[in-house]
Design a binder for this molecule. Sequence first.
Ligand code: ATR
Length: 275
Amino acid sequence: TPQPTREITGHTRVYGILADPIHHVKTPQMLNALMAREGRDGVMVPFQVAPDDLATLVAGLKTMKSLGGFVVTVPHKTAIVDLCDAVSDSARRIGAVNTVRREADGRLIGEMLDGKGFVGGLLAAGIDPKDKSVYLAGAGGAANAIAFAFVEAGISRLTIANRTRAKAEDLAVRLAEAYPKAQVDIGNPDPSGHDIVVNGTSLGLKDGDALPLDTARLSPEQIVAEVIMQPEETALLAAAKAKGCRIHFGKPMLACQLDLMAEFLGMRALPGAGK
Ligand code: ATR
């Protein structure tokens, strides 16, 4: 959907999104619309960059005084960490950054909002994970961010189950280093005994994918949440629904994450600004 053209002037703050490939990204439309709604003089544009050129581009962006920051996505989320001047503690432990703010002095501050967006999407749906037990399938990029966000949201216990057990163990170790009091276990495909069951794997993206966990073990008091946005109703969610579980789609994560990005990048109306 084309948006009303806004005038770009010498005052306009520039934001980028770093990706490769980049044609599929929707973040610019969303955040440009948000800035327009907020009355902010800013614009987000695609910065397609190959992995080998990332460091060169970022070194240049540090010098760009009109830059407000940038969003980072596949395949750069890991490599960007060491190119930032500072990153949040959880982003460093997760090993990935998806949003970078440029300070007036040129310092690049990195944050990881994937997991916070996921938990925020649950909260927006009225599901508060605080004091709940969580079963998480997966230990890849998405699952790492989600695991940290759940622990930060005050869950009572986390069970991580991943095909490659060593990755689940590594994640559990990093969680324990950050949050020594957190209750974290390594699990198997059986999600029973947990309040919230989350698919954090990429299983379900493609037709014919195996289920990420044993759905026969689900029971109606459990909430089953999905990280996958497309298709909206994955085979996991269909099976969970059939079992009588409350289901939570992957989509709400996106809206919440855009909100968090806008906040972090200073795209919101300034406090006290007239409307
Ligand atoms: P993302 O950024 O989407 O999280 P990722 O970091 O590649 O992508 O992680 C993919 C996750 O899906 C991992 O947990 C992966 O399990 P492994 O760590 O064992 O690779 C999981 N996954 C992908 N394909 C899978 C499959 N066929 N069976 C089981 N798990 C799978």
